[in-house]
Design a protein around this ligand. Structure first.
Ligand code: ZN
Length: 472
């Protein structure tokens, strides 16, 4: 019988022998762009020709599920059941990518061929998300080999092919297939580490609500000389309306849109997190955001209200006129505990109370925030597991500052959610020259192998009790 150490060695050999590079090369070569307004055949091919032939020999029952949303890419639900009474882990990834932006890649690089230059492996999807789920699949294979084909638990893979098109149909599929996706724990990989040099564990994500404020004063613009002083200016009014929502230093002024206070556990969890400071990072602004908080607390534990775009008249070519209307597109990024579903009403009432009842408020897009409790036993378990595989204590991020469809897994499927990202902040995700860092991918393989190994050990805190009690 092989040991945990042997499993890690197998994963290392998979990487060092070049097979991980080969697997990722084939996957990057499939042009699975999902954000171009069409669903290319490559979306289906990625599942049918690439992942199913890999998963089926490992004992997975693979089901390619058509998207219930029109124009959405297919899903793969792959289940490996060792025993009906064993606990189950759900893993997730996405095989679609954003547009290649082919013309902007330089120096002989292209989005559709994996090319290694030093530590950087270039190609579309290397970071987001083909490289990340390829790491998890390679780790799983190493554990199966080391354990003679038995994990000690069940595992389900859910792969979607429309994440970059805002995950159409993901929630519907998870609701319809709730029974097949039933699990006890969720582990997935996406997004960047806090810093390249150290593993990260994050437990959820901030949510976001995009909304617009609009003020239409009249049907057309009027000459500012002939009418200035007797006609109201909607741009002036809207600027003042916005100034009642957020102050000149970025502090949110609407009580109901401010998050609950940062508690001790959250404060401690983010105390060691360094924000920014890498070569390609912008310099952090002094005196910006909520006073009295650290940068990590403002980014991870707090809400922000941003102006994304604003318009009135023709900024490229101003004319001497009072504009007919003005618009501001805003976004609230928020943490758990914010009443985001009521945002439209909250903003409307706030504006009315400040004399701006005539400003129109419309929510255009929204997604929930999630955060697994920091004292959930899986958190400490995962921190220890990753540390023992990589020799490094991971950065613990209570939630990603950005957003993910994690509420579907946390709320709809009611799963504790653990995310172990294998990318890093300067990976050029969604841009030309997207890349994966080779040492980070190798370390990620070890981390995932350790996690999949440890899930089959008696210490894993499955809710139904230890594995020994449930199965053996
Ligand atoms: Zn992406």
């Amino acid at each position: 019988m092989m040991t945990r150490h042997d499993a890690l060695a197998l994963a290392g050999a998979y990487f060092d022998g070049g097979r991980f590079f080969d697997d990722l090369s084939r996957r990057v070569a499939l042009r699975t762009e999902s954000d171009t307004g069409s669903t290319p055949p490559s979306l289906d091919a990625y599942l049918r020709d690439e992942l199913v032939p890999r998963l089926a020999p490992l004992g997975f029952d693979c089901d390619i599920v058509a998207n219930p949303a029109p124009g959405g890419g297919p899903f793969l639900i792959a289940r490996r059941v060792e025993g009906p009474r064993l606990p189950t882990v759900l893993s997730y990834g996405h095989g679609d990518v954003v547009s290649g932006q082919d013309a902007q890649w330089r120096d002989g690089l292209t989005p559709w061929a994996l090319v290694a230059r030093g530590e950087r492996w270039y190609g579309r999807g290397t970071a987001d998300n083909k490289g990340q789920h390829s790491i998890a699949l390679g780790a799983l294979e190493a554990v199966l080999k080391a354990r003679d084909g038995r994990l000690g638990y069940n595992i389900t893979w859910l792969i979607e092919m429309g994440e970059e098109a805002a995950s159409p149909g993901l929630e519907a599929v998870c609701a319809q297939r709730r029974h097949e996706l039933k699990a006890d724990l969720f582990i997935a990989s996406d997004g960047p580490r806090v810093r390249a040099s150290r593993p990260t564990l994050f437990l959820g994500s901030r949510g976001a609500v995009n909304f617009s404020l609009r003020l239409k004063a009249r049907e057309r613009a009027y000459h500012s000389g002939n009418w200035g002083g007797v006609l109201s200016n909607p741009a002036t009014e809207l600027a003042h309306a916005v100034s009642t929502l957020v102050d000149a230093r970025g502090r949110i002024l609407v009580d109901a849109l401010r998050p609950p206070p940062i508690d001790d556990a959250l404060h401690r969890a983010v105390a060691g997190l360094a924000i920014g400071g890498d070569a390609d990072d912008p310099e952090l602004s002094a005196d910006w955001g909520e006073p009295g908080l650290t940068p990590a607390e403002r980014l991870v534990g707090w809400n922000t209200l941003e102006i994304l775009a604003m318009g009135a008249g023709t900024p490229q070519r101003p004319v001497n006129a009072i504009p007919a209307e003005a618009v501001v597109h805003c976004q609230l990024r928020f943490v758990v505990g914010t009443p985001w579903q009521d945002l439209e009403r909250i903003v409307r009432e706030h504006l009315r109370a400040h004399g701006f009842a005539h400003v129109e408020v419309n929510v255009t897009l929204s997604g929930a925030a999630t955060r697994l409790d920091l004292d959930n036993p899986w958190v400490d378990w995962a921190m220890r597991s990753i540390e023992s595989s990589t020799g490094q204590r991971p950065d613990l991020l209570p939630n990603l500052a950005g957003s993910l469809p994690n509420d579907i897994f946390a709320r709809l499927l009611r799963l504790p959610t653990l995310w172990v990202p294998h990318s890093y902040p300067a990976c050029a995700q969604h841009a030309p020259h997207e890349h994966l860092l080779a040492p980070l991918a190798r370390e990620g393989l070890l981390a995932m192998t350790g996690l999949y190994w440890d899930l089959g050990e008696a210490q894993a805190p499955w809710e139904s009790g230890s594995l020994a009690a449930t199965a053996r």
